[in-house]
Design a protein around this ligand. Sequence first.
Ligand code: HPA
Length: 292
Amino acid sequence: MSDPQSISDLTTRRTRVQSAADAIRAAGLLAPEVAVIAGSGLSGLADRMVDAVRLPFGDIPGWPASTVQGHAGLLAGGLLEGVPCLIAAGRAHLYEGYSPFEASFNVRVFQALGARTVIVTNAAGGLNASYRPGDLMLITDHLFLPGMVGMNPLVGPNDDAIGPRFPGVAGGYDLELGRQVMAIGADLGFRVHRGVYAMVAGPSFESPAEARFLKQIGADAVGMSTCPEVVVARHAGLRVLGLSLITNRVLMAQPEAVADADLHEEVMATGAAAAERLGELVARVVGRATGT
Ligand code: HPA
């Protein structure tokens, strides 16, 4: 992976994706119609599937290992509401030292396995003053900040077999799936917002000045994942639904006392509390996602 300019790099990448897809098939996981990526504290989504086959990331050649506490690090394949699904509990982040290619490897493999729709979930900090921990944000657009300065997974030779050199991402978040989330979310008692997700590389949380900057450039929530996966999914023409669980408010001013050691704990606790409802929401959306 050291020389992203070369065509041999493209071949290496294709081989790596195919080997992972082959191993997943060989382990007996169903070919998915829908793939779901479960973010921090949301791994319980995988427990909702019927007759799921579980495969630890470590058993899939080339799949980046999950090093984050709260990420189960496994792929589960089975039926969710009667629909063949894959659920990845955990993902690879740039802040773990993974490349943009590795941070979107999951989606490349989902596509190779035949998935048509990807549901990407994450935990995010709320920048919009009306957002409270436990709220849900339907992602309508994003600010892929690392991507804008060169950490876009599509940098390097283009795989023309998958998609165009210059893919558009406008309109990338599926409107129909979004409408379903607004209706089902309200039904389940979520406060659901529609908003813009900003991705930062992390791992340090935003300084108050950075948080004010993000808000001023139009972000409603901020997190450390998702955009690489969405860009790769759109390049391949997959339908995308993006959901942020708001786990904390982002500090906009210097605090009286600094307690940043607790923020990851807060993210995990809020994720755990909402995981059940979010699982129900995802299951209902999946149940209606096919054939549209
Ligand atoms: N900032 C960045 N990423 C996050 C946050 C946050 O406040 N909360 C959860 N993921």
